[in-house]
Design a protein around this ligand. Structure first.
Ligand code: HEC
Ligand code: HEC
Length: 389
C-alpha cells in the first residue's frame, strides 16, 4: 500500500529552480547524469523512495518484533518506564519499532550490532524490573537472522551507519535546521552532527544545505541516504563525496548544492534519520597544488570580489557570508576551505562552483560565464587528489 503510494510519487514532476522561481518539468531530472546545467538554473530533484521495503518490514513483524513485545516492553514501550528512561524501540506500533530497530543493526557485521551488545551485556539488570528478562544472545541472533533472511536482505541499503531519528514535529513553514547526532562509532565522530535545513511545502519535506560539524579531525563522507520512518530515499545527497574539515572560523563546508524533497507521511510523528556508507576521520591534510590554486582560483576570487561578502583582502565582508565561508584566512587555510567545497567527480554540482556560477540557495551569480572557472577550477580540484575526491 505504502509501496504504491511512493511509486506514484516518484513519477511526479520535478522542478527547476531559478532563484526561487519554480518551473515544473515532465520527468525527474537526473542531475548527476546531466552535469552541464545552464548557468543560473539549478535542479531541485524530487527524491524517489528506494523500492519500498515491505518485505523487510513484514519479516520484522514476524521475527524481532514479537520478541521485543514479549521481553523488552518493561522499559522500551512507547510509554517509557519512569524508572528506566529508554528509547521506545519496542512500541506496539510495528512501524515505530522498525525504524528504531533498523538503526541498531549493522547487517554486514551482525554480531557487532548495538542490539547484540546490549543483549550480551544484559544491560537491563541495571534497572528496576530488569531481573525478569531472560532473553539470550541466541534468541536475538535467531530473530535477526529470520528478519534478514525473511526479506530484509532484499531491501535497499540504507547505508552502513544510520543515525538516530530526529523528530520533524513543529513549525516547518519556514526553513529550520534539523540535526541528528552522527553515529558514534568512532571517537572522531562522537560529538559530530549532521544537519540540514528543512521546511514543509505542499505536503513535502524539502531539505537543503547539508553539513557535518563538531568533528575533531577532517571527516571523509561518501553517500548519504535520507531515511524517513525507516524507509530510505534516493536523494541527490546520496551522491555526496567529500571531505569535511572544521575551519579556523569554526565552520565546515556545505556538502551539497542540491535541494531535495520527499513526501510528508505524518507531520506529527515523522522521524528523520540519515544513513552513511563511508564516514570516518582522516588525517589533516594540506593543498598539494598551491601553484594551480593561486593561478586559477585565487586570481578569480580577487577579480570577482568574492571578498566583498566573504571577507579578506582588507575587506570586512558580511556576517552571513563569512559565517559559512570565511575568506579572511591565510593562503593554505583558504585553499583547504575551497577544496573541501569542491569535488572532482560531481563537478559543477559541487558547492564550490554551483554557488557562484549557478546561484544556488539564493547565492548571487558572481561568475557569469562558466568558462571563467571551467575547466580550470575542476582541474585544480582533481589535481589535489584528496582521498580520491
Ligand atoms: C529494565 C529496563 C530495560 C529492559 C527490560 C530492557 N532495556 Fe534496553 N535499555 C534500558 C535503558 C535504561 C537503556 C538506556 C541506557 C543504557 O543503554 O543502559 C536501554 C538501552 C537499550 C538499547 C540502546 C538504545 C539506544 O537508543 O541507544 C538497546 C538496543 C536496548 N536497550 C535493547 C533492549 C532489548 C532488545 C531488550 C529486551 C530483550 C531490552 N533492551 C530490555 C533498559 C531496559
Ligand atoms: C554579494 C555577496 C556575495 C558574494 C560577492 C559572494 N558570495 Fe558566496 N556566499 C554569500 C553568502 C551570504 C553565503 C551564505 C549562504 C548561506 O547562508 O547558505 C555564501 C556562500 C557561499 C558558498 C557556500 C559556503 C558553505 O559552505 O555554505 C560558496 C562555495 C561561495 N559562497 C562561494 C563564493 C565565491 C567563489 C564567490 C566569488 C566568486 C562568492 N561566493 C561571492 C555571499 C556572497
Amino acid at each position: 500500500m505504502i509501496c504504491s503510494r511512493i511509486l506514484k510519487n516518484s513519477k511526479r514532476a520535478c522542478f527547476l529552480v531559478s532563484t526561487g522561481l519554480l518551473l515544473s518539468c515532465a520527468d525527474r531530472l537526473k542531475p548527476m547524469e546531466n552535469p552541464q546545467l545552464e548557468t543560473g538554473r539549478f535542479a531541485i530533484a524530487k527524491a524517489e523512495a528506494k523500492a519500498e521495503c515491505e518485505t523487510g518490514f513484514k519479516a520484522f513483524e514476524g521475527s524481532l518484533h514479537p520478541l521485543l513485545r514479549n521481553n523488552c516492553i518493561g522499559c522500551h514501550d512507547s510509554t517509557p518506564n519512569p524508572q528506566a528512561v529508554a528509547a521506545p524501540h519496542s512500541a506496539a506500533n510495528s512501524h515505530t519499532s522498525y525504524y528504531y530497530q533498523i538503526t541498531y543493526i549493522d547487517w554486514s557485521k551482525m554480531e557487532d550490532s548495538k542490539i547484540m551488545d546490549k543483549v550480551r551485556t544484559a544491560h537491563w539488570k541495571k534497572y528496576p524490573g530488569g531481573d525478569n528478562v531472560k532473553t539470550s544472545e541466541d534468541d536475538v541472533r535467531k530473530a535477526l537472522t529470520m528478519w534478514w533472511e525473511g526479506g530484509q536482505k532484499d531491501c535497499p541499503s540504507l547505508g552502513k551507519f544510520i543515525s538516530k531519528p530526529a523528530s520533524l514535529a513543529g513549525d516547518l513553514s519556514n526553513w529550520k535546521r534539523v540535526s541528528v547526532n552522527l553515529p558514534n562509532e568512532t571517537d572522531v565522530l562522537k560529538d559530530g552532527h549532521f544537519s540540514v535545513e528543512t521546511k514543509i511545502e505542499n505536503g513535502r519535506y524539502y531539505f537543503r544545505k547539508p553539513f557535518i560539524d563538531g568533528v575533531k579531525l577532517p571527516v571523509r563522507v561518501k553517500r548519504i541516504y535520507t531515511v524517513l520512518n525507516g524507509r530510505g530515499y534516493d536523494t541527490p545527497f546520496d551522491q555526496i563525496k567529500g571531505i569535511v574539515e572544521q575551519e579556523a572560523s569554526g565552520t565546515t563546508g556545505v556538502l551539497s548544492s542540491h535541494t531535495t524533497s520527499i513526501p510528508v507521511e505524518n507531520a506529527a510523528t515523522d522521524a528523520l534519520s540519515f544513513g552513511f556508507d563511508d564516514l570516518k576521520g582522516v588525517p589533516k591534510f594540506e593543498c598539494v597544488n598551491m601553484e594551480e590554486f593561486k593561478k586559477s582560483v585565487k586570481t578569480e576570487i580577487q577579480r570577482r570580489n568574492c571578498t566583498n561578502c566573504h571577507g579578506g583582502e582588507g575587506k570586512a565582508g558580511t556576517a552571513n557570508a563569512k559565517n559559512r565561508l570565511n575568506m579572511d584566512a591565510n593562503e593554505s587555510e583558504l585553499c583547504r576551505a575551497m577544496l573541501t567545497r569542491g569535488n572532482g567527480q560531481y563537478t559543477v554540482e559541487s558547492p564550490l562552483i554551483a554557488y557562484p556560477l549557478s546561484g544556488v540557495n539564493g547565492h548571487p551569480v558572481v561568475i557569469p560565464h562558466s568558462g571563467e572557472v571551467l575547466p580550470s577550477w575542476l582541474n585544480w580540484v582533481k589535481s589535489e587528489k584528496l582521498h580520491g575526491f
